[in-house]
Ligand binder design. Sequence first.
Ligand code: 4AD
Ligand code: MG
Length: 478
Amino acid sequence: MKRLKIKEILTGEQIGQQVLVKGWVRTKRGSKNVNFIALNDGSTINNLQVVADVEKFGEELFKDINTSTALGITGTLVESQGSGQKVELNATEIVIYGKADPDKYPIQPKKHSLEFLRENAHLRFRTATFSAVFRIRHAMAFAIHNYFNQKGFYYLHTPIITGSDAEGAGQMFRVTTLDAKNPPLTEEGDVDFTADFFGKSTNLTVSGQLEGELGATALGEIYTFGPTFRAENSNTTRHLAEFWMIEPEMAFYELKDNMDLAEDFLKYLIRYALDNCMDDLQFLSKRLQEEEKNKPTEERSMELVEKLRFVLENDFERLLYTDAINILLESKHYKKGKFQFPVAWGVDLQSEHERYLVEKHFKKPVILINYPKDIKAFYMKLNDDGKTVAAMDVLFPGIGEIIGGSQREDNYDKLVARMEAMGVPVEEMSWYLDTRRFGSVPHSGFGLGFERFILFVTGMGNIRDVIAFPRTPKNAEF
Ligand code: 4AD
Ligand code: MG
C-alpha cells in the first residue's frame, strides 16, 4: 500500500479507505480497551489520531509505544467521533520501526523551555514549535527563489572561501591548512601565507556582494542566497556567527529603485507565508500569546497574523538618517535619558534607537537612507553633500535592522579614494575595480538577513531558534 502523508489524510478525502501512515508518536493515552495515539510525520502541525484496540494488538505492544516511537500504521480512515479533527484512523496493523525509551528520551510530552530545547537542538525538530518554525523557514526559502525567478534575476553562487573582506569590518574566520603549532614564517617573523593551501591568506565570506556586483554588471540582475560568516563577539538574540543572507544586486538601479524592490520583496514573502503557512502561523501565534499573558498589556506585541497583515497593508516609512537623529533627539525617551547608547549626528544607530523609531514613533517598518559616510562600508555611493552615502537600512518591529544595502559608488576615482581613506587594499581588489574601469553603470543592491526575517515571520524571540544548528560564540555543537 502506498504511504500517505498526514497532511493529505487530514483533508478527509480518503474517508472509508484503507491507508498507510508512517511517523513519530507525539502522545499516547489509553483506557483498558482502546489506545489513542497522536501521530505526526512532519508534513503538518496537526497530528493524526489513531485508535487502536488493546485486545486486538495485545497489551504488550503498547508498552513499547511512547513519545517519539517511530511507527507504521495501516488502518481504515473514518469520520472522527471526538471533536477537534475531521478524521481518525482505526488501526488494523502496527509496525514499530524504532522504540524510544521514555525513561531516557529527553523530550517529554509537556512544555519545555526554549533554552532546554536549544541544548537538545538535535531533537527539537520533534516538537510542534520547531517543526512549525522549520516548515515556515523552508517555505520562505522557496518563496525567495520564486520571487527572483519571476522577476528575471539569476541565482549566482558566490564563493564561501574568499581572500577579500567585503564589509571591511575585519570580522572574519580564517581558512587555513597551516599547522597552528608550527606555521611557516617570513623573514619578518609573520605567518607566511604564501605557503598556505591557496597561496594567500583566505577566510570565510562575510558577504557575497562584491562578487555579486561582477555578475550584475553583466547579467543585469542577480541574487545570492547562501551562508555568511562573521566572527563578531555579539552574544545577542539577533546575531549568529553563521547566518544566511539573500543579496540581490541590480545594474541600472538607483537608491529609490533599491528601496522599492526591498519593500516589494519583503511584502511578497509575508504574503506567501500568509497564503501558504497559516496552520503553522496560527500555532505559533497561540504559543506567543500564552507566553505574553504575564506581560503588562503595553508590552505585549501585536498578534502574529495581525502583525504580518499590518506590515503588508502599510507603506514603509522612508526617512533620512539626519531626520531620524532629530526625531530621536526630540523624543521624551531621549530627554528622560532612557537610551543606553549616545544619539548624535555621525554615530551609528543601535538597535534600541532603531526599535524606538519603528515601534514607538512610526509604528511601522522604516527605510532609513543617506547615512554618514564614516559609519558605512567603502563601496557605498558618496552623495553630493560629500558627507553622506546612498545607504539604505530597512528596520522592522521587534528586530531592528533586517536589511542593509546601498547604491554603489560607480565612479572609479571616487571609489579608489574611499578605499584608500578606509584602508581597503586597492591592489588586491583590482578585479572589483575593473567593473568601474570597463562599462561602469549605476547599480544597487541589499542584503536581507534570512534568520532575522524568519524571526519576524514566526514571532520567535531568539535567532538561535530559527536556524537548525546555531553557531554563536563558544557554541558549535552538532
Ligand atoms: O548590513 P550588512 O552587514 O550588509 C552587507 O553585508 C551588505 N554586503 C549587503 C549588500 O548590500 N549586499 O548585513 C546585511 C543583513 C543585516 O541587515 C542583517 O539582517 C543580517 O544581514 N546580519 C546578520 N544576521 C545575523 N547575524 C549576524 N551576525 C548578522 N550580521 C548581519
Ligand atoms: Mg548593516
